[in-house]
Ligand binder design. Structure first.
Ligand SMILES: [Zn+2]
Length: 337
């Protein structure tokens, strides 16, 4: 049973909106609020954007997230003055309360959102995050729970799967084009990794991935040359040479295995860093989320008395709440109930 006093501070609605202090709607829309904030530009966190733009005085985001939202939605969004880019760590006053954004190390522009209530209570919503990073001192933490399960503890770092990915691309690109499937943000991380290891073949991609890649480039990421797949140049490359890489978002239809070698990059196999599925299809594990031990480490560092585990975007919130109670001896509640 969740105490009423806690619900005054945090609620997560069934449509995945995290309400802090009944006034700030994070990663969703609620008509009882007048201000909102978006932790990052992944689609499952921006569903409330259009409703929020119509009715909120301000929707706080980081500057790169604003750019990624414009890249996804279109230039009309540039004119919406209530989509407000805040500098990181800057306190903004709002109806007697303060809002602060801190980096979350998940994708470009991702932030944690802190609400300081008028009575001094500090409520932190992590959004999606990855370690390492500094914990923020808080009274109440609302944490993501994507890998909040003892079975989701990774026993390897990023270096091993990254090296396997580079070796695989180097070996296979000589025999024909490669298709790489991952989520937005991770795709750009993979592009940067390949360029850093001197893989200089052309990168071809859909309009949406290209638009995000342009923003990554604008914020200093070195992605080399990349082209929209429907451009004339890309068509010419596909006609005339075999050594190019096509990038797709996870869930897109895989291309013909006879022609295209395929690599899926995701965080969904926490115990297997690298796996051959068929002779033309491999999977590589690179995660942009904290695993269970990292979630616990972060929560402990915040000093929070109470933890809410966010089950609105994953099914592990109850398990994570149990682990927090068992290992950190803190009050922990999964939401939504
Ligand atoms: Zn995300």
């Amino acid at each position: 049973m969740i105490p009423d006093s806690l619900l005054e501070n945090v609620t997560i609605t069934r449509d995945r909106t995290v309400l802090l202090g009944k006034t700030l709607a994070c990663d969703g829309f609620d008509q009882t609020c007048a201000i909102g904030a978006i932790s990052h530009a992944h689609k499952d966190h921006t569903e409330g954007l259009h409703s929020s733009l119509h009715s909120y005085n301000a929707i706080f985001v980081s500057e790169p997230t604003r750019s990624l939202l414009i890249a996804s939605e279109g230039r009309w969004l540039e004119r919406r003055t209530n989509l407000v880019a805040l500098p990181l760590r800057k306190r903004v006053k709002c109806n007697g309360q303060r809002v602060v954004l801190y980096p979350a190390n998940h994708i470009l522009g991702s932030v944690k959102i802190l609400l300081e209530r008028a009575d001094g209570t500090r409520i932190l919503y992590t959004g999606d995050f990855k370690m390492p990073q500094r914990p923020i001192q808080s009274d109440i933490v609302v944490t993501e729970a994507t890998y909040g399960d003892p079975n989701s503890v990774r026993r390897f770092g990023r270096e091993f799967p990254e090296n396997q990915l580079i070796r695989l691309v180097r070996r296979r690109i000589a025999s024909g084009p490669i298709q790489i499937h991952a989520t937005q943000g991770k795709l750009q991380d993979v592009m940067r990794l390949l360029r850093r290891h001197d893989i200089q073949v052309p990168f071809l991609m859909s309009k949406n991935i290209w638009a995000w890649s342009k923003v990554y480039e604008q914020y200093g990421e070195q992605l080399g040359e990349f082209l929209r797949i429907e451009s004339q140049e890309a068509a010419e490359i596909q006609r005339s040479r075999g050594d190019y890489i096509l990038f797709f978002t996870l869930g897109s239809k895989m291309l013909n295995f006879n022609k295209y070698f395929c690599i899926k990059v995701s965080g969904r196999e926490p115990s297997i860093p690298f796996q051959q599925i068929t002779d033309k299809y491999y999977s590589v594990t690179l995660s942009d989320h904290a695993d269970l031990s990292e979630l616990l480490q972060f929560i402990k560092g915040t000093g929070a008395r109470i933890v809410i585990t966010d089950g609105s975007r994953c099914g592990l919130a109850s398990k994570l709440a149990q682990e927090i109670k068992r290992t950190l001896k803190k009050d922990a509640y999964p939401m939504p109930v």
